[in-house]
Design a protein around this ligand. Structure first.
Ligand code: PRP
Length: 183
């Protein structure tokens, strides 16, 4: 285990099971409704989850990416999101979008993106997250697909970072407090 990790919260086997579960739920829904399915991963944290998830979804999927950041968190209930990389496609009106995230914390990012993509004309918009921290919610938001809920711990790995490090760890681990307290 990496020396900066206090404990593994979600190991490789459980991650595989969670991704399989979410992919199955998405497939079950899309077998009912049909239509074009577009997965939109939010950079950067969701890339590892996205890569595994898209392989396990049986329905034909298209993929795309956005990059956003929040600012002024805690000062307002909505709208404090910067879009750094937007969708460039003109066929969004044909697409049933599922926004793919690694983690939902305050809920601001996905609450904002859901409305943004609806306004952009998506046929439908749903949200998917590997990890959910409902205890941290600041806005009224519930993701449609959730791998699992986790407690309010500082987690890294499987795409999640601290200061851009630890994203490549194959598990989700709890970072030792002394690592983020010293900087
Ligand atoms: C994380 C995560 C979500 C967002 C969730 O991204 O990937 O996009 O924060 O937080 P919220 O529910 O409070 O809005 P981060 O800003 O750390 O960027 P990264 O994915 O590039 O690491």
């Amino acid at each position: 285990m990496n020396k900066d990790i206090a404990a593994i919260l979600v190991g490789e086997k459980e991650l595989d099971e969670l991704v399989t579960k979410v992919a199955g739920e998405i497939d079950a829904d899309f077998q009912k409704t049909g239509g074009r399915l577009l997965l939109v991963a939010i950079l950067k944290g969701s890339v590892v989850f996205m890569g595994d998830l898209m392989k396990k979804i049986q329905s034909p999927v298209e993929i795309d990416f956005m990059k956003v950041s929040s600012y002024g968190a805690g000062t307002s209930s909505s709208g404090n999101i910067n879009i750094h990389l937007d969708l460039q496609r003109k066929d969004i009106g044909d697409c049933n979008v599922i926004v793919v995230e690694d983690i939902v914390d305050s809920g601001r990012t996905l609450a904002y993106l859901t409305e943004y993509l609806k306004l952009k004309g998506a046929r439908s918009v749903r949200t998917c997250t590997l990890l959910d921290k409902p205890s941290r919610r600041e806005v009224d938001f519930t993701p449609d697909y959730v791998g699992r809920e986790i407690p309010d711990e500082f987690v890294v790995g499987y795409g999640l970072d601290y200061d851009e490090k630890y994203r490549a760890l194959p598990y989700v681990g709890i970072l030792k407090p002394e690592v983020y307290r010293k900087s």
